[in-house]
Ligand binder design. Structure first.
Ligand code: NDP
Length: 534
């Protein structure tokens, strides 16, 4: 392995000081809690402290947001949209500081951090332009043609709790916060304890954009304490994180009978068909596997290649992987940054070592690189991986991918679908229509053709989420806003109560009710008539 190495960053190189970070932490209204130390991932040096919010602090935050929820919900949707649009602009204007904090907290490379800033612009402008239509009432088909009507109105669910992870602390927090706010909810955000400062910076920018006091509160703290306290007090919980934590969150939400959306892990397949261009596909696969050092829920962790082009693809892919530079400096130079923590490094090492002990072949990588940063791990490619190893079955969430040869497309689809997860798939081919046909057979919430994940994630008008153990519900698109709304159906009868009219024998009424219901079913199928009857 000949990866070039780069120096680690220091906060002294950043556009943000420790005093500034500490000032951000005073946004957390809790005064009675202890403090948590936040460290720079690439050097393990302390960056600052934030309150370790417990039950009482969470209660205070939820109460503050609840007090202003009604007035926020009563504002015109266009007003709310305008504030979020301004927020998008402010994030763009403060991008250097946002990127620096992101890099300091996560150790990710700047090349990958920029995706988070770009994502805010896309998400804000989508919600600002589309929310007013999504929130508008609509007319539906009534119970009986001509004599009844049905109208559906939408209102906010109330206070939304957002629990966000460390891997994309901007994107994955804001993909829930922005639609929840635009839908008239107030929000309490619990960022991961390793990445609170960037969340606090975003809260500050939202305030600058005109978000009224109390509409968004941030509670910093440890997941196992702050998380359950939050779930117990909110009206909806939007969670992003690991599948096992997701199950715990869903159980608690279920007991409280609150709705929830969960975006969880993935073991995402990438399929290379026999007509794919090996060099172009190898380049795309490198991005699909090693973006954010593989700590991306949409990352490809399993590659299935048609045997017709296996050797050619593998040469190109392993060669391109070896070219990647490692580093954590605050510049656009390094290709791949650090893992976030000792825990994440331990997980990656154990997956790789177990697979090697079970007979896998290492094609490149496989080494921890403390010379670059305490948690840096080389981009790693393995083959001949036993189907039963942890590496084959569980999300690794690191720069590690397995590559296997398959006899044909049908075998590639079968292998891709042989997983408990179903978040994101990727299909590579010289024939886009063929790619779409194959994509439609891959059991994942998004499947990208000739791209790893960007075209799916950035299609913000389309829903995004997982099959199976990858989660519940969808974010993005109208679905991503509607999840934060309660619907109310207002149905009217133009002829008084729909019951037996005075003087009519019940047997006549029963016969006419059944006949009308039957006819309605038939008539609504006739083109042009269904609409008239509603
Ligand atoms: P977690 O799922 O534990 O953490 C995600 C968020 O949940 C964090 O804010 C965390 O807080 C919080 N949390 C932890 N425990 C609870 C709880 N009992 N109730 C409510 N919230 C809680 O992920 P990890 O950081 O432990 O990572 C483990 C694995 O999960 C990764 O290796 C990866 O496979 C997967 N993962 C997937 C992500 C995705 O994007 N889908 C994102 C992150 C992880 P805190 O950390 O502050 O304790």
């Amino acid at each position: 392995m000949t990866h070039e190495t780069k120096q680690s960053p220091r906060i002294t190189d950043a556009t943000v000081s420790q005093e500034r970070l500490q000032a951000l932490s005073s946004r957390v209204s809790s005064k009675e809690s202890g403090q948590l130390t936040v460290r720079e991932s690439a050097t393990e040096e302390p960056l600052g402290t934030v309150p370790n919010c417990g039950q009482a602090a969470v209660e205070t935050a939820v109460e503050r947001t609840r007090n202003v929820q009604e007035s926020w919900a009563n504002r015109d949707p266009e007003d709310r949209a305008e504030i979020l649009d301004r927020f998008g602009t402010l994030v763009y204007e403060h991008r250097d500081t946002v990127l620096d904090i992101l890099q300091l907290e996560t150790g990710k490379s700047r090349k990958h951090a920029v995706e988070e800033v770009a994502d805010i612009s896309i998400n804000c402008s989508y919600c600002a332009s589309n929310a007013p239509d999504v929130l508008a009432s609509d007319r539906r088909t009534g119970a009986f043609p001509l004599v009844t009507t049905a109208k559906v109105t939408y209102e906010s669910v109330g206070v939304v709790g957002v629990i966000s992870p460390w891997n994309y602390p901007v994107t994955l927090a804001m993909a829930d916060v922005i639609p929840a706010l635009v839908a008239g909810n107030t929000v309490v955000l619990k960022p991961d304890e390793q990445t609170p400062f960037v969340a606090l910076m975003l809260a500050e920018l939202l305030e600058k954009a005109g978000l009224p006091d109390g509409v968004l509160e941030v509670v910093t703290g440890q997941g196992e304490v702050t998380g359950p306290a939050l779930i117990d007090q909110v009206d909806y919980i939007a969670f992003t994180g690991g599948t096992e934590t997701g199950r715990v969150v869903a159980e608690q939400a279920g007991r409280n009978l609150i709705d929830t959306s969960l975006e969880l892990g993935g073991k995402n397949p990438l399929l290379v068909l026999d007509d794919a261009d090996p060099t172009k596909t190898a380049r795309g696969a490198v991005q699909a596997c090693f973006t954010n050092a593989g700590q991306l829920c949409l990352s490809a962790e399993r590659i299935y290649v048609d045997e017709a082009i296996y050797d050619e693809f593998l040469d190109a892919f392993v060669g391109a992987t070896r070219q990647l530079t490692l580093g954590t400096e605050l510049s656009y130079e390094p290709d791949v940054g650090s893992l976030i923590s000792a825990d994440q490094l331990a997980r990656v090492k154990s997956h790789v070592n177990d697979a090697l002990n079970d007979g896998a072949t290492l094609l490149t990588g496989g080494r921890h690189r403390p010379d670059v940063g305490p948690y840096v791990y080389e981009p790693t490619v393995l083959t001949d991986v036993d189907d039963e190893t942890t590496l084959a079955c569980e999300e690794t969430f690191g720069p590690v991918v397995t590559v296997e040869s398959v006899p044909d497309t049908s075998a590639a689809i079968t292998a891709a679908n042989d997983s408990e997860y179903g978040l994101n798939g990727s299909v590579w081919t010289g024939d886009r229509e063929r790619g779409i046909a194959v994509a439609e057979q891959v059991d994942c919430g998004t499947v990208c053709v000739n791209d790893g994940f960007t075209s799916g994630w950035a299609a913000v008008d389309a829903p995004m989420g997982g099959f199976g153990d990858s989660g519940l519900g969808r974010r993005q698109g109208p679905e991503g806003i509607k999840r934060f709304l309660e619907s109310r159906t207002v149905a009217t009868s133009k002829v008084g109560p729909l019951t037996v009219p005075p003087g009519m024998p019940t047997s006549w009424y029963a016969r006419s009710l059944m006949t009308m219901s039957h006819l309605k079913g038939r008539l609504t199928k006739v083109p042009g008539i269904g609409r008239l009857l509603s």
